[in-house]
Design a protein around this ligand. Sequence first.
Ligand SMILES: C[S@@+](CC[C@H](N)C(=O)[O-])C[C@H]1O[C@@H](n2cnc3c(N)ncnc32)[C@H](O)[C@@H]1O
Length: 476
Amino acid sequence: MTHPVSSRPRSRPRPYRRPHKDPVRILAYDALRAVDERAAYANLVLPPLLGRAREAGTLDARDAALATELVYGTLRRQGTYDAVLAACVDRPLREVDPPVLDVLSLGAHQLLGTRIPSHAAVSSAVELARCVLGDGRAKFVNAVLRRVAARDLDGWVTELAPPYEEDAERHLSLKYAHPRWIVAALWDALGGGRDGIEPLLAADNERPRGTLVARPGRSTAEELPAADPHAEPGRWSPYAVRLAEGGEPGALDAVADGRAGVQDEGSQLVALALANAPLSGPDTRWLDGCAGPGGKAALLGALAAGRGATLVAAEKQPHRARLVARALEGNPGPAHVVVADGTRPAWRPGTFDRVLVDVPCTGLGALRRRPEARWRRRPEDLDGLTALQRELLRGALASVRPGGVVGYATCSPHLAETRLVVADVLKGLPGAGAEWIDARPLLPGVPELGEGPDVQLWPHLHGTDAMYLALLRRTA
Ligand SMILES: C[S@@+](CC[C@H](N)C(=O)[O-])C[C@H]1O[C@@H](n2cnc3c(N)ncnc32)[C@H](O)[C@@H]1O
């Protein structure tokens, strides 16, 4: 007996196709794994990975820029992407293997946070999954990302966040990918309504342009741009140079040999305000009480040298004190680096004429630079930090002579780390121990500094980190 021959050709298994190895996505995935697995920092992990890839000839400058954008963007918006992925995966996200979640997050960022067309975003993530996870899990990645691709970012925010009118903090938290407690803290510090907070949260999601400081006596802001034809002068610091978008400050000769440094303009303005605060009597001994890694110390050291003063740069951590020493190498005048605890000054009370304490803080003012920081910080961190900040400010006030000036600075606008610390310490000083100096005139030309006497800079208003500065004069 013969069987009828089917008129339809039998479906044959598709021939195996090797996954496409895309060096940009593989490098971005490696960086995300390091940040996730080893709690590494993206700004430290990425440069060596990019450097090796460039040496091996696998990435050109455009690829490196794309890889950087993918890593930073994925990490910054992690909370929002997690919420979207949770809606697209049929089990709790914590049960998804971390490497799979990293590929999914990278895919979600390409779909929702870049202009990469949807089909290319999904297929590149699936190819990456095939390379690093295997074909089985790549199918899962494909299925999930197709669900993610059903809406754009605004569509997902509408779907997942409560309306602004119902719960403004939760709405903004999801829309701008900031933990809710950080939205609340920034809003408190900023005051005002929706018009203020939204541009700030949006600015936190932009990568800042690299900024250099031309160290006085060693280089000038006019000569630095030679290395970068698209660089621009800073807006207010006479020593600042803003590099072109994507400019690599570390690659410049002047930075390598210490004539210039990489320093946000806000950080420069803080050091300048302390250096220029009016002072009567001697002005020869300056202290940076929390100097590591040395950005402000290097600028203060150069300014001090120009006026015949000496800088002492104190830092508690020996390895960070070594960074300060490196930053001060070649300083045009005397500068000494000491390993010291600023809460228990090792020098006689009243030794210094000017003292800066740029205290350890939550870093909520520099979220633009550290994409993963907002998801690692916890509100509980504040207790220990604010206690230390008070101690350090007391130590600084004890170190300055009567009539001398103390600058209290943080790279966080959180009120618990700024005004409340200063107010609390002043309240506890015996007698009329110190008085406020209006810091605003010491940042000449800088707009929107508030009602004083302290100043708060903002990324969306000034294009700087959200540095805070209070200036105090010791009176007794
Ligand atoms: C915000 S950073 C200072 C940044 C620095 N001013 C700059 O511009 O590069 C705070 C520094 O204070 C140091 N520090 C923490 N506790 C300290 C203490 N008790 N005494 C002195 N330094 C301390 C930290 O190790 C850290 O290097």
